[in-house]
Design a binder for this molecule. Sequence first.
Ligand SMILES: [Zn+2]
Length: 76
Amino acid sequence: MSVVRCQGCGTENAPGAAYCSGCARPLSAAAQQAVADQRVAHTATGIRWSAVVVTGLIVLIIVVVVVLVVTGTVVI
Ligand SMILES: [Zn+2]
């Protein structure tokens, strides 16, 4: 094991260090993968939430249309 030089700021870090002591940048492939996984998880959560909102809006529109048709407000 040799010292790990940070690609961001050039600081030499102890062998096996996960994060740079100079700029806190992830040094190891595993740490970089963890950061990437967190980003993917955040994105996936965002997509899931927008899907829930869109589905809810569609259901709401359908319910409103059905109620209007049933009550005779709108005649098709
Ligand atoms: Zn650094």
